[in-house]
Design a binder for this molecule. Sequence first.
Ligand code: SF4
Ligand code: SF4
Length: 485
Amino acid sequence: MANADTSFQLTAPTSQFERQELFGLFLAGLATLALLVAWVGAGGLAPWALLLFSTAAYTVGGYLYFKRHLKRPAGIDNDGLMFSSSTMRGAFGWVLGVVFTGVYVLLYFFPSTLEGLIAMTDPLSEIMRGRGADEWFMYGFLYTLAVLVMGIRMLIKYRHSTYQIVRTISVMFFQLGFAFVIPALLQIFNQPEFYFHYFWPLEHNYLFPSTVDFFTDTTRLGVFMIVWGGLMTFVATPVLTYFYGKRWYCSWVCGCGGLAETAGDPFRHLSDKSLKAWQVERWMVHGVLVLVTIGTAILWINSAMEGGLLGGFSNAFASAYGFYVGAIFSGVIGIGFYPIMGNRVWCRFGCPMAAILGLLQKFYSRFRITTNNAQCISCGNCSTYCEMGIDVRWYAQRGQNIIRAACVGCGVCSEVCPRGVLKLENGPQEGRYNGPVLNDGEYAFVEPDESWKAGRSGDGAPSSDNGQQVFMGEDIPVLSDEEWR
Ligand code: SF4
Ligand code: SF4
């Protein structure tokens, strides 16, 4: 008989840290300490030392700690996630949430308090942009570092999946190149700062009249930027979403998605899966889209009438939208609340780009997640780890394609499914909405008692004649031989 200390766990326990992992955590702690030292004033005294040390310590420390996944067979390992204080809204999780939110509050409302950190990035800014750092350069540096270090974690954790590897490298590439390096280099060459991977309505002011005037008045490259932004919004977005769904942007390119898919991955299960949340999500995300669309239209009308429509009001609207939606919602709440509400709060409830992509995905796209309900064991892993709060299992149990506007095509539901039920596919639009019925509307009703008589599958679960698992007293679809195969 087993004594009280014996573990019945079939796999090796992972909660104990090995020496290398502890050292990794220690290095990450030192990196955080270096940032704190910079923040309280040393940033200007030894900028390179602090910058290089914190970067190296986070990278090496992160790698040593995340290597723990290599001890296990390839495949997603979420052991301990539901027991960890940091990932299950425990005390540590709340502390993290308060710290993240606090940093954003300082960034938006009291940037002067971050002078030490800004000074730490000064020399790098001089090299990359030809001028000193400001709070946004410092923020961009730390944001990029977070995506890269946590991207390494993703590459190790999801090393068995080509889709996840390529997708992670893609978001790391776009964050480093398009969000950090290129906008900085543009400034060295006296060009306007521009993010080639952000388009209206996510970067709402790129199609505002004042921005268009400014860019077209500067250089030929400025004109190209405006044309690029317009083409990406009105041509590339619908075309790419038609072929690949929302995922081409939300899970492969976007910087907000990039952070969510790397630094936010440990919190993906915290998304609210309730029907209420889905209802709130639809009102909010489409409400923001309506707001930015009407606002942009009013700005253009006002501009055409030379201020005759609303005078200065339209500009006040532009600033208010930029501040409350673009900054407070996407930053303070969207990222600050990762440890409390999951990693896609902004993408789900506030991003107007996600709203447009979602509408296209739902009504005019070849993308869907197909489900093979015969294999589903209703474990619910897929729903648990869906960062967009989609109850994936509900669809899987019915053999129904998932074509939800919210789905960002991260593919994690498919990765965590132990039965290979879910597959992300692009295919013809015809038959995309298959509904819960699998054979032309025909249903069979299995009496509770009869279902048990009908036979038991090998694992003791009741099954119908054709071997499909049934739920007691429920209507279940009868599969033809062809469908069964
Ligand atoms: S993870 Fe797979 S087996 Fe489990 S409920 Fe979802 S689809 Fe079914
Ligand atoms: S349904 Fe799957 S692919 Fe879509 S967002 Fe949820 S986990 Fe990602």
